[in-house]
Design a protein around this ligand. Sequence first.
Ligand code: FAE
Length: 538
Amino acid sequence: MTPNLTRRHFLGVTALQTAAALGFTRIGLSSAAAAEPPAAHYAPAIVVGSGYGSAVAALRLGQAGVRTVVLEMGRLWDGPGPDGKVFPATSAPDHRSMWFRTRTEAPLAQFLWLDVVNRDISPYPGVLDRVNHGDMSVYVGRGVGGGSLVNGGMAPTPRRSYFSEVLPRVDADEMYATFFPRARAMLGVNDIDPAWFESTEWYRFARVSRKHAHHTGLKTTFVPNVYDFDHMKREAAGTATRSALAGEVIYGNNHGKKSLDKTYLAAALGTGNVTIETMQRVVGVRPDPAGGYVVTVRTSDLSGKVTQVRELGCRQLFLGAGSLGTSEILLRARETGTLPALSERVGLNWGPNGNVMTARANHLWDTVGANQATMPALGIDDWDNAANPVFAEIAPLPMGFEHWISLYLAITRNPERGYFTYDAATDSARLRWSRSQNAPAVQAAKNLFDRINRRNVTIYRYDLFGENKPFADNFTYHPLGGCVLGEATDLYGRAKGYQGLYVVDGSLVPGSLGVNPFVTITALAERNMQRILAEDPR
Ligand code: FAE
C-alpha cells in the first residue's frame, strides 16, 4: 500500500467513525466535518450494495477520479448499541442480529432437539438476513460491508484447475499472478501461527477433527483468514478485548476482523470521491433518454418505514447487491420492461457452492473444548478425490461448555443449478431450487463423513438441524450466480444489451467454486474494474 493510500485510508476510517457517532446516513470525507446536503439527483457512477464486488468498484472508481455514490440497503455498523458494543454476542442475540425479524433464525437452531438457540427480537435492520426461498434459504450480510460483517473470514484461493473449469474463459495466469494477490493484500488476508494453533485450547476442536481426518487417511490444510490472528493471540493472552474468542461471528465481530469497512471501503472513502448512503434500497433501473441510467431508490428509517422514494441518475451503474440482490434487480428490470434488451441468461446458473453442514459425536476422551475460536482455521481437503471431491471446513461450535461435537461446513461439487423467476405479485425474484437438487451434495458429504465415522467408530449428531437430519441441506452461506460472466454479461461483467451497466459481485460466478468465495469475488472484481476503467467511456 502506498503511503498516500494509507493516509487516505485513515481519512476514510475517520469519516466512517464520525458518521457513525453522529448517526449520518451519508458517509463521505466531508461528512467527517458536517452533515452533507441532501442527496443530489445525479452522480457519474452509482454502485449498488457495499459487499466485496461493490467495495472494489468504489475504490477503483474513486482512485480514477470518478465521483461515486454507493447505495446500501443496510445500516452503518460502527456506533455502539445499548450495551456499549456495535454487535451483540452470538449467545445473546437482540434486534441488531437479524434483518427485520421477530425471532432470530440461526443456522444451527437446535441442541438436543431443543430450540434453545433462537430468541424473540424486535424488528430492526439487523446485520444478518436469512432470505427464505422454499427449499433453500440464503444467509447474507446487511450493512456497510455486506457479507464481510457476518462471515467467518475464511479466505482461501480456489484450486487453479477448478477455477479454470468454472470460468474457462478467464485468463488464470493473470488471475493467479496479479488479481488474487492484489485482493488478498487489500483484504488483509493472514495465516495462523502453526505453533500457536498446536498449543492453544481455542483450536482444540480443530485438532480433534484433524486427528480423525488423518486417521482416515485424509489431508487437512490451514485456511487463511481476514481475522487478525495476532489480535486473536492477544485475546487469548488477555491483552486485547475478546471477539473471536468471545463467540462473536454471525451477528458481527466487535474486534479483530478486517471487514470491508476497515479495508476497501475506508480506502474508497479516503479518495474523497466516494460517498456511501445507507438505508437505501435500489428497486428499479431504467435507461436515461439523455444517456446513462436512472435508479429508483427507497429510503427507509430504522423501523423499516419507507421515508422517501427518489430517482438518482448516473452515467455508469455498477451492481454489487450480491447474487440474490443483483439477480433480482436485473430480472425485475427485464421482466417489467425497463431494460428489455437484457440477456435471457439473467437469472440463470445459480448454485449454493455445494454447501452442506454436518456434525459428528466424538468419544468421551476426544473433548473439543468449552473454549473455541469462532474463526475456522483448518479444512479437510479431499477435493482431488475425483470420485467424491469435498472441501470441508472444520467449523467451531462455541457453546461455552464441552459438547463433544465436531461440526463441518462441507463444500461439494454439486452440479445442480437453480434459477430465478420474477414474481409480479410480490415484485420480487423467486429462487427455483428443490430439495432433491441438494441430494448430490448430501451424498458427497455423507461419503466423506461415513468414512471418517467408520474409521473412528463415531456417529452423526441428529439433534442439531431439525427433522432428525444429520445433514443441513436447506441453507447456504455461499450464493453464487444468477448473472454469470460470459453469459448474462460479457467476460468483464458488462451487462449484455446495455452500455455502462455492470455486474461486479458473486452473481458472476456460476454456482460453484470449491472453496469459500469472497477472495475470488474480490479478485474477479479487481480484474474486471481494471479493464472497464481502461476501456469504457466515462
Ligand atoms: P454481499 O457481500 O452479499 O454484498 C451485497 C450487499 O448489497 C449487501 O450489503 C446488501 O445489503 C446490499 N444490497 C442487496 N440488495 C440491495 C439493493 N437492492 N439496494 C441496495 N443494497 C442492496 O455480495 N465467504 C468466504 O469466502 N469465507 C467465509 O468464511 C464465509 N463465511 C460466511 C459466513 C456467513 C454467515 C455468511 C452469510 C456468508 C459467508 N461467506 C463466506 C460468504 C461471503 O460473505 C459472500 O460470498 C460475499 O459476501 C458475497 O459478496 P458479494 O459482493 O457478492
